[in-house]
Design a protein around this ligand. Sequence first.
Ligand code: BES
Ligand code: MN
Ligand code: ZN
Length: 496
Amino acid sequence: MSQIAARTGPPAEVTAGLLAIGLFESEEAPEDLREAASAATSSGDFSGKPNETALLYTNGAIAAPRLLLVGLGEEASFTLEKLRRAAATAAKKARSLKVRETAFMPRSPAGFGTADTARTAAEGAALGLYRFDRYKTGGEDANDLPESLHLLLPEAGEAADRAVREGESLANAASLARDLANEPSNTATPEYLAEVAREISGRHDMQLTVLDRAGIEAEGLTGLATVGRSAVNEPRFIVLEHRKGGEAPPVVLVGKAVTFDSGGISIKPAAGMEDMKFDMSGGAAVLGAMEAVGALELPINVVALVPATENLPGGDAFKPGDVLRMYSGKTVEILSTDAEGRLILADALSYARRYKPAAVVDCATLTGACHVALGDHAAGLMGNDEALISEVRAAGEKAGERAWPLPLFDEYTEQIKGDTADIKNSGGRFGGALTAGAFLKEFADYPWAHLDIAGVAYGKKGNAYTPKGATGTPARLLVEFLVGRADTSPDEGGTR
Ligand code: BES
Ligand code: MN
Ligand code: ZN
């Protein structure tokens, strides 16, 4: 979407090529649109079920030549997530009609005001128009994108404008994350991710440090160096710093970026292995979130750490039975070279200590077990600090990117006690998401939360605002989390 703007005024006077309005189940269209809408509502063709649509030609009954009804479902169960989907449905319809100017009149869920409504509608519309078609010959046709979308709100002004910009930034965060994750591994190499981080740092005046293979080895980031050792596309350790919060301790975001996970010597089965290009979705989400943090100029300190590498077999590859001395000094026995994510994350978590962080949140496509546990509908959420876990969970709820708590009982730590070394990198078949979380916990000595996104980072189905492929999750969750922190940071006095 090129332009989203907040507007106010009577919908019947809107001159856009398409006027879209949200309607609840068995609700009549507003008075001044009733005549135009009646053919669909009174015939029973349109009942207001979620994302149901009816397109009407108004023949002069109102100023807009086309009226689109978008179902919102039952009013009593209306949520921001349903609004997000309805806005996406309207935007996609506008695109398929090749309408250049569209107006959408959203509705507010109970308990939410104009700002939240504007923000979420803008977010949903922008997300809905996302496509990844750069490799389809003739597919990249920006010309059919609507030129502008006006959100018709009860009130416009500075607060609504700011809300729309936040919504667009949330969508941009997810779109960047989706682009990076959808990009195949022959293009999206560790250096490619570093290059994107370079662009973000240039756009938003952030500090960037990129360690190459020699730098990673010299620093002692053994986990990352070892996983990346056999790869021709060299590993990178990306450090991107947004410093707009004075002397306050930063939030550190850590994202797993295995640009292709073959499993290494513990090689994965061939079927479905193509999906392992998505194994950098955590890093992609962190970079996407940083783009939004920069665009919104959040008045806080945020450090992004993205360990990036391929995991491939080769003559120089690490092997089951190997023992690594990690960045923290702990020793790890390798049971499976396919449990590589926790190795690169462990070093990044240890590295995070130097920032004396207020909180660290990592996200990673870490375990198939997490997908089995929660299905396609929630990220697994673990950590060592209940308040932080609640905060992350609430941010996910707000973003429509659900995160669900899973336990890290001491017994899971017992399960990864090593025979030869301190710990081992696999706890066996049962409780795989939890033993992976317990492994990471060994390296986090500050308030820490971990999101296992293996089940939600990409999908074959999608929804109204997410096409199949990369979802961009949890980029928007992370932005919501940081916006929440900015709102309550002492610098701002909570007045934003
Ligand atoms: N990247 C995978 C996890 C994964 C699997 C993500 C399927 C998305 C879909 C991770 O590196 C991995 O291979 N984990 C192993 C761990 C096991 C060897 C302890 C797993 O989940 O099987
Ligand atoms: Mn793996
Ligand atoms: Zn992996």
